[in-house]
Write a protein that binds this ligand. Structure first.
Ligand code: IVH
Length: 659
């Protein structure tokens, strides 16, 4: 009340206005704070306004409204807010991250931990909290804050239903854990970016009733008890006191079990109703933990193995057309490189012109990219709110960017093609890359850059030309020395006797994937036999559809393809199926195998090795499976095989068995 000279009526009218004004303002601030988790003013400004309102309402009770912000529960807590900073009994540390198994191993090696005992826990994406119990009562909850001093949020933490407020343990006890929000609760709220933000906002709410409606959850992951020896035992002890302990926690010994846990939960987490962003690996021995100690940020005895994101944001720096081996043009977004699911992604497929239109993507746009089927990243959507001013709309050209032929688009087809199937350099390039690929003729060392040079130097025009290359020709290319040139020639020559299935697949017949190629090889003994098959006959093979049958027929009706096959035969490429003795009297006759994990050599090669010895490779483990061939990073299949007592073989074991 600034004016002291006004008459009584004037003063009282001014008070009324001021009360209304303050009430409106404070209600708006509260709304922003409660609902949007935004502090629009500093605590000081808020408190001054609040005090002024209380004073006025005391002096002029006739103007005090029932819905005044001074009458809401929320503010009673707000008044506590001024002095709610609490010091932690010991620092709340953070965790060092490992982004892959190499980094995990490096960490283990620091303290010779490869063979030690650990506890693996899910890293919940929420907020860490320290909870104090005295004489069996829950007395205080403190947020992490800067690790030394946190905020007292006891009233709100009390609303978490699974947290025991009374425990059967009378000595002072501190437990720490993670407060989080489940996806099912998060889905019912608006305005938060993710469950973590929503949990943080909820914990800050001044009105405990509102906080209770947010249904926060908690898992406890740590305690400090003098007599304890092992972290795992500590967790068991907390369980007996009624604390919520994550059921996924597992005692793990040695590097392999740690890796298995990480892989297992990288899958299983997708089914969980709460967000996780990694695995926390903690040394089990508390004595050893003490010995290792901590830096000023992290304990040396624990690490967070982080899951890699499967969706991330980046910017489109260009859109270019890629020409496939059948002449189809695929618009491809060139991206500002980002880490995604463990690899650096710099390109994403835009599939076709319709997709560009539907997504409304432009060069310069910010986009969300996702790993689809783990191989080719795709653009999920653009971020319109981030669109810069000078974005460029992508225009399809009329002519092939590689050979200049006029592009074609068949009616009703979304795909635009370059019709120059025999001479378009980009198509030749893709055909040769496909031929040399792991599932096809598996020619080591024949990568994109080398194929490009071979085409540019007019050394090859089709796959058969590869077999005419000599040492001098390759030595003339950039980056080759005697030894590397010899290796390439060897790799090419070695590919002459691949299986019929690989050969059929390598030819790159449209709609004929590796599995179809295998079926065809099982039904025909040579390329010549296959070439004579009618579409009707092909359709009779279980697993070969009408479209594939048509395409195979078309392929062998095309004179240029027949000429190519002749050329391949002249170059002594094996085009017939040869039954070897081992396939008749093979060691693995009647045995069934499953292959899992990653290997240095291709899976197809392993499969062939097994099949050559008369064995059968199937995809799923069952009681009938005889062997599991297991590489690195094996997951659930390995676990299942162990449960079913199936013999597990490394690739080396497999080779030993064959000899
Ligand atoms: S242990 C000294 N265990 O991750 C050990 N932390 O990046 C410190 N977190 O601040 C934490 N789940 O908020 C631990 N099972 C778990 C966890 C976990 C989530 C959070 C915690 C910590 C952050 C470190």
């Amino acid at each position: 009340m600034k004016s002291k000279n006004k008459g009584l009526i004037g003063v009282s009218a001014e008070a009324k206005n001021r009360i209304e004004e303050l009430s409106k303002q404070i209600t708006a601030w509260n709304k922003a704070y409660y609902e949007l988790n935004q502090s629009e003013v500093s605590d000081q400004v808020y408190d001054a306004a609040y005090r002024e309102l209380i004073d006025l309402e005391t002096k002029y009770p006739e103007y005090k409204k029932l819905n005044s912000p001074t009458q809401s529960v929320g503010h009673q807590i707000q008044t506590n807010k001024q002095n709610n900073k609490v010091e932690h009994s010991r620092q709340m540390l953070s965790l060092e991250n490992a982004y892959n198994f190499n980094e995990l191993e490096t960490w283990l090696k620091r303290f010779k931990g490869e063979e030690k005992d650990f506890v693996c826990e899910l890293k919940i994406d929420g907020l860490s909290i320290s909870l104090l119990y005295e004489d069996g009562h829950f007395i205080k909850a403190i947020t992490r804050g800067d690790g030394f001093i946190g905020e007292d949020v006891t009233a709100n933490v009390r609303t978490i239903k699974t947290l025991p407020l009374e425990i059967a343990y009378k000595q002072p006890l501190e437990v720490r854990g993670e407060i989080f929000m489940s996806y099912s609760v998060f889905k019912t709220l608006d305005g938060f970016a993710n469950p973590r933000n929503a949990a943080a906002g909820s914990l800050k709410l001044l009105d405990t009733n509102l906080c209770a409606q947010r249904h926060l959850s908690i898992f406890i992951y740590e305690t400090f008890k003098q007599s304890a020896q092992s972290h795992f035992d500590n967790l068991e002890f907390l369980k007996t006191l009624g604390f919520p302990i994550n059921p996924a926690n597992r005692f793990c010994s040695g590097l392999q079990q740690l890796k298995d846990f990480c892989l297992e939960y990288d899958e299983k987490r997708k089914q969980l109703d709460y967000p996780t962003d990694g695995i926390v690996i903690k040394l089990d021995s508390l004595a050893f933990q003490r010995e290792l100690g901590a830096t000023n940020k992290y304990p040396r005895w624990a690490i967070a193995y982080k899951f890699s994101a499967e969706e991330t944001e980046t910017q489109i720096i260009d859109i270019k057309l890629e020409i496939g081996r059948t002449g189809a043009l695929t618009p491809t977004a060139h991206l500002r490189p980002v880490q995604l699911a463990g690899t650096t992604v710099s390109k994403a497929s835009l599939h076709n012109a319709d997709q560009i239109k539907n997504l409304d993507v432009r060069i310069g746009d910010f986009v969300l990219v996702r790993k689809a089927g783990e191989i080719i990243p795709e653009i999920v959507k653009i971020l319109p709110e981030k669109r810069p001013e000078n974005t460029q709309v992508f225009e399809y050209p009329n002519y092939c960017p590689s050979c200049g032929s006029e592009l074609e688009q068949k009616e009703k087809e979304v795909i635009i093609r370059c019709p120059n199937i025999l001479a378009c350099p980009a198509q030749i390039q893709r055909k040769i890359e496909h031929w040399a690929g792991k599932q096809a003729m598996d020619i080591h060392g024949l990568g994109t850059a080398i194929v490009e040079q071979l085409i540019e130097n007019n050394l090859i025009k089709d796959v058969a030309d590869l077999y005419t290359l000599n040492l001098e020709a390759i030595l003339a290319l950039d980056g080759f020395k005697e030894k590397s040139a010899q290796n390439l020639i060897m790799a090419i020559q070695n590919s002459k006797n691949r299986s019929l299935a690989r050969l059929i697949y390598g030819l790159g017949i449209r709609h004929t994937g590796f599995n179809s190629a295998k079926l065809l090889a099982q039904n025909y003994n040579s390329l010549l036999e296959l070439s004579k098959a009618s579409p009707e006959e092909l359709c009779n093979i279980e697993g070969i559809g009408e479209i594939t049958a048509q395409e195979i027929n078309k392929f062998f009706a095309e004179p240029s393809n027949l000429a190519l096959i002749e050329k391949l035969q002249k170059a002594e490429i094996q085009t017939e199926y040869k039954i070897t003795e081992s396939q008749i009297f093979g060691k693995f006759m009647g045995k069934s195998f499953v292959i899992t994990g990653t290997f240095e050599i291709s899976r197809e090669n392993i499969q062939e090795t097994i099949e050559k010895a008369g064995g059968k490779v199937v995809s799923a483990i069952s009681a009938k499976t005889n062997y599991l061939v297991c590489g690195e990073k094996a997951g659930s299949k390995l676990e299942k095989a162990q449960k079913l007592n199936i013999q597990i073989l490394s690739f080396d074991d497999l080779e030993q068995l064959i000899i």
